[in-house]
Design a binder for this molecule. Structure first.
Ligand SMILES: Nc1ncnc2c1ncn2[C@@H]1O[C@H](COP(=O)(O)OP(=O)(O)O)[C@@H](O)[C@H]1O
Ligand SMILES: [Mg+2]
Length: 361
């Protein structure tokens, strides 16, 4: 698998929307990607989020052209890129790709690695120099031109791979878990770099990750995937606040799901009874009867009036204690953040200020 692909000179210009129409990719009996229809607007930054094996990489490879669809179509703007019978090769699609393993040439210096895609397409020397300086500046490696790859840290190598992907100025940039090999601190610092890349290039970015924190921080849209399908697509705050089902709520953010009984609904807010007490809960449509209610830690507090729960464990997460509780009435779990840790085994009162009725529950 090539580590990157460069744009064709005069090829597809920037501002490329990507359209997937009923795309399926089978490996034997397994549908790694199962009938996905998804639009990526030009200039959008979409994270594909889901557990290992759910088809994220396969979907990215279908967009890149390293895989052919078994069914369906891939389009860039109006242009057909692939269907089951025909496809545009990756090097003609005008995409930049960065994988988890960066595959740099160790014998070349930083500038040599970054300039490579431009050299292979015969760009002028001065143009190459200027462009290399620009992208090294974007990734924060100004002054590293002459460094050998072996002399760089993992984080710096990843920045070189990013610079090499940016140098060709493509309309589509695809990332497959680019931060997976970096430690937590480096990841945090790279979030800024990715955001900057998005703002400066205006490219349509598709970013594969199994890390929900990364997806929430980076993308302007998240597509949550499971078993080759997209469960929900939306803004990070929508996915977090109003997950489409129990699976999505499990993938994104902390929280717990408890049983309740929905009564009256008005203005997308239901009155829901949990353990004999009524609370308001946001909902979609007409929720009535037994429902599952998602409770995030920030929507709960230890206060009266509330539901009785027993303190099971506390974990200091600085500045708050993450407290696990069990509802006295049903034995269901709850998660609350507290400034002061309550006493283990004590029975406390949990007040609900925000809740979401999980659709279809
Ligand atoms: N080349 C392949 N041959 C056979 N099975 C594959 C191939 N690539 C992926 N798969 C299978 O497709 C499913 C999705 O894989 P992948 O797209 O790599 O998931 P993810 O990137 O979300 O971890 C998995 O079950 C995987 O084993
Ligand atoms: Mg993968």
């Amino acid at each position: 698998m090539p580590a990157f692909v460069t744009a064709q000179p005069g090829g597809i210009e920037n501002l490329t929307a990507i359209h997937l129409e009923g795309v399926t990719r089978r490996f034997g009996d397994v549908a790694a990607v199962d009938g996905i229809s998804l639009d990526f607007p030009a200039g959008s930054f979409t994270a594909l989020l889901g557990p290992s094996g759910c088809g994220k990489t396969t979907l990215l490879r279908l967009i890149a052209g390293f895989e052919t669809p078994s069914e369906g179509r891939v389009l860039f703007g109006e242009q057909l890129m692939a269907d089951a019978t025909w496809q545009v090769p990756p090097e003609k699609r005008g995409i930049g790709v960065v994988f988890q393993s960066y595959a740099l040439w160790p014998h070349m210096d930083v500038a040599g690695n970054v300039a490579y895609p431009l050299k292979t397409r015969g760009a002028e020397r001065l143009q190459i120099e200027t462009r290399v300086d620009t992208v090294l500046d974007i990734v924060g490696l100004t002054g590293f031109r002459q460094r050998r790859i072996e002399e760089l840290s993992g984080g710096q190598r990843q920045r070189v791979a990013l610079a090499r992907c940016l140098v060709a100025d493509t309309g589509v940039i695809l990332f497959d878990e680019p931060l997976a090999n970096l430690d937590v601190h480096l990841r945090a610092s790279m979030v800024e770099v990715f955001r900057d890349i998005h703002h400066r290039t205006g490219a349509t970015i598709v970013y594969v990750t199994h890390d929900q924190v990364e997806a929430l921080a980076l993308a302007d849209r998240i597509a949550v995937m499971d078993r080759g399908r997209v469960l929900q697509i939306g803004a990070p705050s929508d996915i977090y606040r109003a997950p489409a089902d129990e699976k999505v709520s499990g993938f994104v953010g902390r929280g717990s799901i408890v049983s309740g009984i929905a009564k009256a609904v008005e203005n997308a807010t239901a009155t829901v009874e949990i353990a004999g007490l009524d609370f308001p809960a946001r909902c979609r449509g007409a929720a009535k009867g037994p429902v599952k209610v998602l409770l995030r830690p920030e929507g709960l507090s230890l206060a009266e009036p509330g539901i009785a729960a027993t303190v099971c464990s506390t974990t200091y997460r600085g500045p708050v204690h993450e407290v696990r509780l069990k509802l006295v009435s049903s034995g269901e779990d709850l998660l609350v953040d507290c400034r002061e840790a309550p006493v283990l085994g004590e029975t406390v009162s949990v007040a609900v200020s925000d809740a979401w009725i999980v659709p279809g529950s």
